[in-house]
Design a binder for this molecule. Structure first.
Ligand code: SF4
Length: 408
């Protein structure tokens, strides 16, 4: 038979990110971790704590916050305190660029309140200044026993390294394209900075790497290369993925290929929010990528047909939408009360063409009759047809049947 499922996970060192009793393991065979990032002004501690809480409740297992100014750094302990008071133990990751060395040394309480630091070696200055700034951040991370992510980025690649590699490339008999040199430079930058961090005293199992680019094929090539050249855990993400469906599709296309090959220990989906949009969307998308690939389970999955000319009434769409939302709303309680419920499959189908078949394959399913007929929908439980729901209250009655099934 044809083999099904992702390749074995790439063996990586395990990195533990802690806050209090909470320990999130990245790499070392642990399940792929979902993380996200706030978009509030970190200097606004209340707004940031609220958004961190929302992201954590949505399922983000690590939350990154920007630490870009003294005002922001000063508020990080207050954000941590508010979260602790609310019972939100999600570890916070500080995102530093340009002045991280100064902020971490000037605000030791910030350095302590964060559980992990993100360092971008491409924007810490040049030459000796860059080396000193990097060393200062690594020494602080080692002193406070905080893991770091060395996150290099296409848009802020180390200019000196790039210039040197372009120069070396020009002396090749068959020079690579500039794009290929840039991809190589991303990987070289990440790994060489990780090795340097180890030489500076940071343990090798306190380093996560990322090499983010904004094009799908480049990202796949870069991470394949990274994975073949080191065993640091990999943080996957397509940077600047974009808005709406484009951002979701591009991120999924890139990450699915890598995850299928066993590459990737933590993921973040970088979606540009719609104006007034919900930041937790990136968490939901990350979870759905992992769950649809069979790598993790977070919430019961709803199989719903797309609908067609046989489903011209809105009953079908409303039912599918209400069941999906209902299941997600129940999860904070259900996952503690009913372990394993997240692996349940629910089918909501529009008509008899595929409805009974899909409903039988699911743990619990409902098949509507299609257009032009009085709503009358048989329910299937564990493959067996049971009751038939009729009338205007099919959605609420089906919800009650699902709840009863979960309890049983
Ligand atoms: Fe259309 Fe029926 Fe297929 Fe749904 S199951 S897409 S309603 S034919």
């Amino acid at each position: 038979p044809v083999s099904v499922g992702p390749a074995a996970r790439r063996p990586t060192r395990g990195v533990t990110v802690r806050w209090g009793d909470k320990a999130v393991r990245v790499g070392g065979g642990a399940p792929v971790v979902v993380q996200s990032m706030t978009n509030t002004d970190t200097a606004d501690a209340v707004a940031t704590a609220i958004q961190v809480k929302e992201l954590a409740l949505a399922g983000s297992e690590l939350v990154r916050i920007t630490v870009n100014t003294p005002e922001a750094a000063r508020e990080v302990p207050a954000i941590r305190e508010q979260l602790d008071r609310m019972g939100v133990s999600v570890p916070l990751v500080g995102d530093f660029h340009y002045n991280g060395h100064k902020l971490l040394s000037q605000f030791p309480e910030c350095a302590q309140a964060l559980s992990k630091y993100r360092i971008n070696p491409g924007n810490m200055g040049g030459g000796k200044k860059r080396d000193d700034n990097f060393a200062q951040m690594i020494e602080i991370a080692a002193r406070y026993q905080k893991p770091v992510r060395i996150g290099v980025n296409w848009g802020s690649l180390d200019h000196e390294l790039m210039a040197r590699m372009m120069d070396e490339n020009s002396r090749r008999t068959q020079p690579w394209t500039a794009q290929a040199v840039m991809r190589d430079a991303l990987v070289v930058s990440a790994i060489s900075n990780a090795r340097r961090a180890e030489q500076l005293g940071l343990p090798g199992d306190a380093i996560v790497l990322s090499c983010k680019v904004s094009h799908v094929q480049d990202l796949i090539a870069v991470y394949r290369d990274l994975a073949s050249r080191c065993d640091y855990p990999a943080h996957l993400g397509l940077t600047e993925a974009g808005m709406g469906s484009k951002g979701i599709v591009a991120s999924t296309a890139a990450l699915a290929v890598l995850l299928q090959e066993g590459i990737g220990d933590t993921i973040r989906i970088s979606l540009t929010p719609e104006p007034g949009g919900d930041r937790t969307r990136e968490v939901v998308v990350a979870q759905e990528i992992l769950q649809t690939m069979g790598l993790r389970a977070f919430t019961p999955m709803v199989v719903a047909c797309p609908g067609c000319g046989r489903t011209s009434s809105t009953v079908f769409q409303e039912l599918a939408d209400s069941i999906q939302s209902y299941l997600r709303r129940q999860m904070p309680v259900w996952k503690t009360r009913y372990p394993g419920v997240e692996t349940m499959n629910v089918a909501v189908m529009g008509c008899v063409v595929n409805g009974p078949g899909e409903s039988r394959h699911a743990d619990i399913g409902i098949s509507l009759p299609g257009t032009g007929e009085v709503p009358s929908a048989p329910v299937y439980i564990d493959g067996e047809r049971t009751v038939t729901l009729k009338g205007d209250h099919i959605a609420s009655e089906f919800q009650a049947i699902v709840e009863n099934y979960v309890e049983r």
